[in-house]
Design a protein around this ligand. Structure first.
Ligand SMILES: *Cc1c(COP(=O)(O)O)cnc(C)c1O
Length: 380
């Protein structure tokens, strides 16, 4: 008999998704910025304290909106890790900017704040910290650097919904922040995202860019008597069908986070003995970071062949995966970006990392099996 399949990810199902979508249908308001969009945005504003939350099609489109909003242009340089998803870089490359890749910290795999200043040039415009695994970057240090050099901060908080840094919600610390509601993230509507605007002066223009460059948002609020083309823009808002689904998930965000954190803590305890044997190391969460159980990963000892471990987990029906191929080593990253230094930790850690199955509802017995399979294979 083949063992039970344990998927890598299983999207949470809220009890109200279908009812809310049905309600949107009944209201006959299906295009964007209807009641469910407003409720979802209000929820994000209440939860994070951002000046304005704007739903988008994805975190990718929220990042693109951020780049437009900051008037990023040809030749500008943007500081970011190479160990991230392609959209972090693409959003700025689309504006003609150059991603400058800075190495990551060994403990959190987040942008190493101590290396940022040496990477700055007169063309640097912004820093894009990526909160990997929902664990915050060292935002006090990064904010101080940005202030010293008059740079903007766009937090890629795609993985950071419901997580915080010294009690401050991720996404609400820089001038701008972005969330992802992709199926693989904690809170999901399939494909979705949000821009968090923390600088009140950017709110009005963010609304205009998101609404095809028009002042339609002001028109709906009755502030102008017709809406017209005002600025650059695109169509970045999701439909009410998507927003209705998302609202049902947001209402469960606390429950989702608690369930994931419980599973995260169980792994952490179960894997401690194997870490003590020097086979891998477990994730590190600094004291000042309140994380959200987005991911559980291990970093294998350098002499262990990751491909063999992943193959064994697959044979045993366990959905474990590697993560980012560093952007500075990819064809487009080499064409569009610039590496600051040798990025040695980015290269080494990315080749040794394995993400284990993680979702709300992942059971203790399933986790026990993951740990047993890992232990048996690594100790062989
Ligand atoms: C998932 C993710 C994105 C992209 O999110 P989408 O909503 O799929 O566009 C961007 N950055 C990071 C760090 C992510 O994890």
């Amino acid at each position: 008999m083949s063992p039970e399949h344990i998927p890598f990810n299983r999207p949470y199902q809220s009890p109200d998704e279908v009812a809310y979508v049905t309600e949107a249908q009944r209201q006959r308001h299906l295009c964007g910025d209807g009641p469910f969009t407003k409720r979802s945005q209000q929820w994000i504003e209440d939860q994070t304290g951002c000046a304005k939350a704007l739903l988008t099609h994805s975190c990718t489109s929220a990042l693109e909106l951020a780049a437009l909003l900051l008037d990023v242009r040809s030749g500008d340089e943007i500081i970011m890790p190479s160990y991230t998803f392609v959209s972090t870089a693409n959003a700025f490359v689309l504006r003609g900017a150059v991603p400058v890749f800075v190495d990551i910290r060994e403990d959190t795999l987040n942008l190493d704040e101590t290396l940022i200043e040496a990477a700055l040039t007169p063309r640097t415009r912004a820093i894009v910290p990526v909160h990997y695994a929902g664990v915050a970057c060292e935002m006090d240090a990064i904010t101080a650097i940005a202030e010293r050099h008059d740079l903007k901060i766009v937090e890629d908080a795609a993985q950071g919904v419901m997580a915080n840094y010294r009690g401050r919600p991720l996404g609400a610390i820089g001038e701008l922040g972005t969330f992802s509601f992709h199926e693989t993230k904690n809170v999901t509507c399939g494909e979705g995202g949000s821009l968090l605007v923390n600088d009140p002066e950017l709110v009005e223009r963010a609304e205009i860019i998101r609404e095809k460059g028009t002042d339609r948002s002001r028109f709906y609020r009755g502030e102008v008597d017709k809406y017209t083309w005002q600025d650059l823009g695109s169509s970045l808002l999701p439909s009410e069908i998507t927003a209705a689904f998302l609202m049902a998930q947001l209402e469960q965000a606390k429950e989702i986070t608690q369930g994931r954190l419980a599973a995260w803590r169980r792994y952490h305890e179960m894997l401690a003995p194997l870490e003590q044997q020097g086979l891998f190391r477990r994730p590190h969460v600094p004291r000042e970071c309140g994380h959200n159980g987005h991911m559980y990963y291990i970093v294998l000892a350098p002499e262990i062949d990751r491909g063999e471990v992943l193959a064994e987990l697959k044979r045993q029906q366990i959905g474990a995966v590697f993560h980012y191929v560093p952007l500075h080593t990819s064809p487009a990253g080499q064409r569009f970006g610039r590496a600051h230094g040798d990025l040695q930790l980015t290269t080494s850690l990315s080749q040794r990392l394995i993400r284990l199955p993680m979702w709300h509802g992942l059971g203790e017995a399933q986790q026990q099996r993951v740990v047993e399979v890992l232990g048996r294979f690594l100790r062989r």
